[in-house]
Design a protein around this ligand. Structure first.
Ligand code: FAD
Length: 371
C-alpha cells in the first residue's frame, strides 16, 4: 500500500508529491495527460509564491520568466486606467513550469503514472481503493484530489457543483506582440474579459473568458473575436497585429466557480479541485501552490503521528484552507460581476481612475501575502 496517492499532476498535485516524497513518504501520482503539454491559463503567477518555491529549489529561474509590475484595465469601449502592482508577478508557460516540476518530482522519487486517469476512488477500512486506466487497482492510505477544475472523478464522487452546467469557456493563444514585458492588461469586452501578459522568451499569452453560447451565436471563434472583442480598440489592435504561434487556440469548456470544499469523502482536495477563483484575479496558481504547501504539511504531521486520527488531519486541513482561501474565493466571484458589461465596466474603470486605492484594496482582497 502506498502512503499517498496524488490524483492530478498540475501545480497542486506536483508540489504535494515533491514535498511528501522528499520527506520519505511513498507517493504515487496519476496524470491523465503526458508532459509537457499546454493548458488554458493566463500564466501570470503572483510573486507571493516565490519565497516558498525558492525554499524548495522549485523556482524556475532557468527559463527566464517575465517580471510583471504594471497593471492596465480597459472597459468594453477601451477606456483605460493604469497603475503599478503592489505584489507583482512572474510569467511562465505552464508547458515549461509543469514539465520542470514533473522532472523535480521524478528526482524526488515520486512514482508518476502519466497517461493514466483515475476512474474510481473509494474509501474503505481506513484506506483508499483506486481504479485507474486499464482497470488497474491501487491502494493508498491518504488521497490528495488535485484533479483541477472539473474531472470525471467529480462525477464519480457525485460532488454537488458538477450537477450544474457552467456557461464559461476559456480560450488561449501564444503570440508575438509589441505588448510591454512588464505589463498585465485586462481588457473587457461585451460578455467577457481578455488578459495579456508575457511568459518566457518574450512570448505573449492572450487568454480570455466568455460564455459558450455567445461564441456559438457567431458560428466560430474568429467571427466572435472580430464582432465582439474588437469593439474594444485595444483588443482589436492586439489581435490584428499579433503573430500567433499556435495553429488553433486552446479551448476549455465548463469552467465553474461554484463553491466546492477542501475535504470530500476523506480525500484532501487541493487547488482548483477544492475551489476555483475567477481567472481575472490572476491568483489561481498561487492558491494551488499555497494549498499544496498546507496540504503536504498537514499530511506530514499526520504521518509522523502528531495527530492521532484521520478526522483530526481532515479537520486541521479544512480549517487552514478556509482561513486562507474562503474570503478570496467569494471576493473573486463578486469582482467577476463587474466585468464583461459595457456600462458596469465603464463605471468600474472611471471609479478606480478617480480612486486608485480602491483598485489596490480589491487586489489585496483577492491576493495573498508572501509565504
Ligand atoms: C481562462 C483561465 C485563465 C487563467 N489564468 C490564470 C492566471 O493568469 N494566473 C493564475 O494564477 N491562475 C489562472 N487561472 C487558474 C489556474 O489555471 C488554476 O487555478 C491552476 O491551474 C490550478 O492548478 P491545479 O493544480 O489545481 O489544477 P490543474 O493545473 O488544472 O491540474 C489538474 C490536473 O489533473 C489532471 N486530471 C484531471 N482528472 C484526472 C484524473 N481523473 N486522473 C488523473 N489526472 C487527472 C488534469 O489533466 C490536470 O493536469 C486561469 C484559469 C482559466 C480557466
Amino acid at each position: 500500500m502506498k502512503d499517498v496517492a496524488v490524483i492530478g499532476g498540475g501545480l497542486a498535485g506536483l508540489i504535494n508529491a515533491i514535498v511528501l516524497s522528499r520527506n520519505k513518504l511513498d507517493v504515487i501520482l496519476f496524470e491523465k495527460k503526458s508532459y509537457p503539454f499546454h493548458r488554458v491559463c493566463g500564466e501570470y503567477i503572483s510573486n507571493e509564491v516565490i519565497p516558498f518555491l525558492k525554499s524548495l529549489d522549485l523556482f524556475p529561474e532557468e527559463f527566464g520568466p517575465s517580471r510583471v509590475s504594471q497593471f492596465q484595465l480597459t472597459s468594453v469601449s477601451g477606456k483605460e486606467m493604469n497603475m503599478p502592482l503592489d505584489l507583482g508577478a512572474f510569467g511562465l508557460s505552464r508547458y515549461a513550469f509543469d514539465f520542470f516540476l514533473y522532472k523535480k518530482a521524478l528526482e524526488a522519487g515520486v512514482d508518476i503514472r502519466q497517461n493514466t486517469r483515475v476512474e474510481k476512488i473509494d474509501f474503505k477500512d481506513d484506506h483508499f481503493e483506486l481504479e485507474s486506466t486499464g482497470k488497474e487497482k491501487h491502494n493508498c492510505r491518504i488521497a490528495v484530489g488535485s484533479f483541477g477544475k472539473r474531472s470525471k472523478l467529480d462525477k464519480y464522487l457525485e460532488r454537488n457543483f458538477i450537477q450544474k452546467r457552467s456557461p464559461y469557456v476559456g480560450i488561449k493563444y501564444h503570440a508575438r506582440t509589441d505588448h510591454p514585458a512588464d505589463l498585465i492588461a485586462l481588457h473587457n469586452f461585451e460578455g467577457g474579459y481578455c488578459g495579456i501578459s508575457h511568459v518566457e522568451n518574450e512570448v505573449s499569452n492572450i487568454c480570455y473568458l466568455t460564455e459558450r453560447d455567445k461564441v456559438k451565436k457567431f458560428g466560430n471563434i474568429e467571427t466572435f473575436q472580430a464582432e465582439v472583442l474588437f469593439k474594444n480598440p485595444k483588443l482589436k489592435s492586439i489581435f490584428e497585429n499579433a503573430d500567433f504561434l499556435f495553429e488553433k487556440p486552446l479551448v476549455i469548456n465548463e469552467i465553474s466557480f461554484e463553491t466546492k470544499g477542501p475535504v470530500e469523502d476523506h480525500i484532501l482536495m487541493c487547488g482548483d479541485a477544492a475551489g476555483m477563483i475567477a481567472p481575472l484575479c490572476g491568483n489561481g496558481m498561487a492558491m494551488a501552490i499555497h494549498a499544496a504547501k498546507i496540504c503536504s504539511e498537514t499530511i506530514l504531521e499526520f504521518h509522523s503521528a502528531d495527530m492521532e486520527d484521520r478526522h483530526l488531519m481532515e479537520r486541521a486541513y479544512a480549517k487552514k484552507w478556509q482561513k486562507l482561501f474562503s474570503r478570496r474565493l467569494s471576493t473573486g466571484r463578486n469582482v467577476q460581476k463587474l466585468f464583461g458589461n459595457k456600462l458596469i465596466s465603464n463605471v468600474a474603470v472611471n471609479t478606480v481612475r478617480r480612486v486608485p486605492p480602491l483598485a489596490k484594496a480589491v487586489m489585496k482582497q483577492t491576493h495573498g501575502e508572501y509565504f
